[in-house]
Design a protein around this ligand. Structure first.
Ligand code: FAD
Length: 433
């Protein structure tokens, strides 16, 4: 079977690239190892699909504002893509496909139906309307490049272990990273790119939970609160985030913590000492907290310390804080009897509660991958390989990852769109024919 363009992977980037390429007149087909499109997209945003984030759509400087949400060894690399196809274009593009979006908290945009399945249904219709074939149950295991035509010979393994060969003039590698490998993106995209001569920046899990070494995690499990968290490497804070924090038996989760996962994963892999410090009272400075509790304990000196925290702290936190402060054996201690030394322990715990991070929850539980194919080997702004003419990369497979809040799907849409548009331009100009 021959098509002008084969796309490896019917995930977010591959689907966007296929629709755009076909609309720009390129005979396109997709090879997908699963028996359906977008298995991972279905899981996104808790089944609602957080497609993008409107909070960085700031008009003139949108690209620059958006760039701050991305990470890559080449920090500026995503800009050339985001400036061509950013948040506004994404919202308009989905509207044009028949999928109007709606905004929930913090600029996060979802399909109006709040169902990730709608995104896939719309892509399915778009592929059918444009007659873009998807060859399912085809895992690409090898790609052979020729200087003659056809340029690419793509070797696939089917469900029955049978080998099938496809050919094309152009190839898009949209096989994702290593996060959530049960959805199909198990890192095989890296192997294919490496076989074609590309280098890999060591991938680590990102947007991922933190595993802590702390004896009382079980007692804290289930607590959800608004706080601030700082991740420190060898004692130096490298990133801070505020918002929802969840306590679990293994450690910490919730949007604020997920955001810090990539830093923890990188530094743990390098053998550094990583800690996370939680601020349970982010609305008050250290001094304000001292003033507040001094006044509170002054007024309610006749109440027990446990009673004094009613309405201030989550009930499950109190026994653990008492243990940490060394007064758990005196549960009836009155506030008026608190020593200065014990009070100081409470102040420290409430603003600077430090935990040792021993691991993350790994690729199986991560939402994305930090690291990937080295972007210095791609042409900035077109995403074509500098090593293999006619090969383009899009999505998570390359060394670009975004923050929590819709920025990884945004990268998949933006890079898929730009790769397809760049190829169409190249074909129109008669280059690389
Ligand atoms: C639980 C979860 C929730 C998430 N929620 C959000 C969210 O709400 N918002 C957000 O922005 N991001 C979210 N993400 C991240 C986002 O889903 C990914 O970054 C994005 O899907 C990456 O798109 P992609 O096309 O590069 O890769 P993928 O979507 O992973 O697609 C890659 C495709 O390639 C196929 N494939 C892989 N190897 C081969 C091969 N050798 N041969 C043939 N096919 C192959 C795979 O089967 C897959 O279909 C979430 C991720 C997870 C795991």
């Amino acid at each position: 079977m021959h098509h002008k363009l084969f796309i490896i992977g019917a995930g977010a980037a591959g689907l966007m690239a296929a629709v755009v390429a076909k609309d720009l007149g390129i005979d396109t087909a997709i090879l997908e190892r699963n028996d359906r499109i977008g298995k991972k997209v279905l899981m996104t945003g808790d089944g609602r699909c957080n497609i993008t984030n409107e909070s960085t759509a700031t008009g003139m400087d949108e690209g620059v504002a958006l760039l701050r949400k991305y990470h890559s060894t080449q920090a500026e690399f995503p800009l050339g893509v985001l400036e061509q196809f950013g948040i506004r274009q994404t919202i308009d593009y989905f509207f044009m496909l028949g999928l109007p979006l709606t905004k929930l908290k913090e600029g996060m945009m979802y399909p109006m139906s709040l169902q990730a399945a709608s995104v896939l249904d719309i892509f399915q219709l778009a592929l059918e309307d444009r007659e873009v074939p998807v060859y399912f149950n085809n895992k690409v295991v090898d790609v052979i490049v020729s200087t003659d035509h056809p340029r690419f010979t793509i070797v696939c393994q089917t469900e029955t272990e049978e080998r099938v060969v496809y050919t094309s003039e152009y190839l898009f590698l949209c096989a994702g990273g290593s996060a959530a490998p049960n959805t199909g993106s198990d890192g095989s995209g890296y192997t294919l790119a490496q076989r074609l001569g590309h280098s890999l920046i060591e991938p680590v899990p990102a947007i991922v939970q933190l595993r802590l070494q702390y004896p009382h995690m079980k007692a804290l499990s289930g607590i959800k609160l608004q706080g601030k968290a700082h991740i420190a490497v060898n004692g130096e804070v490298v990133r801070s985030e505020s918002g929802e924090i969840h306590f679990a038996e293994y450690g910490l989760s919730g949007p604020t913590i997920l955001q810090l996962g990539r830093e923890a994963a990188y530094h743990l892999a390098e053998g550094d000492s990583v800690t996370v410090t939680v601020d349970l009272m982010p609305g008050r400075s250290d001094e304000q907290l001292v003033d507040f509790l001094e006044m509170h304990w002054g007024i309610f000196g006749h109440r027990t310390v446990v009673e004094s925290f009613i309405g201030i702290l989550h009930k499950k936190l109190v026994p653990v804080l008492l243990k940490e402060a060394g007064i758990d054996q005196q549960p009836h201690m009155l506030c008026q009897d608190l020593s200065w030394k014990t009070k100081k322990k409470f102040y420290r715990l409430l603003k600077h509660w430090e935990f040792k991070v021993i691991d993350t929850n790994g690729f199986a539980n991560a939402q994305t991958t930090a690291g990937g194919i080295d972007t210095t080997e791609l042409v900035e702004g077109t995403l074509e390989s500098k090593l293999v003419p006619g090969l383009y990369l899009a999505g998570e497979v390359m060394d670009v990852d975004g923050d929590f809040g819709g920025y990884n799907l945004q990268w998949a849409w933006s890079s898929g769109y730009v790769a397809a548009k760049s190829l169409a331009q190249q074909v129109a100009e008669g280059k690389n024919q």
